[in-house]
Design a protein. Sequence first.
Length: 216
Amino acid sequence: MADYLITSLNQARPKGWFELVVEGRPPFFIDAEAILRHSLRTGDTIFEAKFRKIREEGDIAWLKYRAMQILSRRMISERDLRRKLSEERRPKDIREAVISQLKGYGFLDDMQFATSFVRTQMAHGPKSRPYLKKKLFEKGIYDPLATEAISRQLEGFDEKAAVKAIAEKKYKTVKHLPPQKAKLRVVNFLKSRGFSWGAIRDAIAEIFEDRGSEYE
């Protein structure tokens, strides 16, 4: 087995991390705990097995550190965290092990993320189920989890009343336009939110006092 000479062990950023340089191998980061645990010093020689262990521990510690940095700022889906951690260029098996640990600790939970995301979306104004499902898909949340998260948050949701309220609000911004053009603007806006045509038609009928059949 090969021996490796530690040629450099210097403090790096962020604080508490060190760059370990071993002769003939690419440098990598380890934390202060690893240095103490393995009694590492510049000029020491380590066996290949120990080098591999230190490297693996360093990669795991670094990915956990980066993951917690990300998760402390905002909730994120498992898919998006995986993408961000892949940018760190660490082995895939180590990345997956870290993600598995984070899920086990409860730091990474797609259902919790999805329900929170839907709740936030609805807090900024009612949205349709298709619209919410599309947004969740963009965040890496797929069925059946997406449907369950939406159902949890939209229990008792009155789509008809919500569409009418949104239509009235939108109409105030376009009522200066000719009636037909104003109708079209409101209809297209509601369609972009994924609401059903039945709910849109009823809202248009109440606002413009007709059935809006020309938009069918």
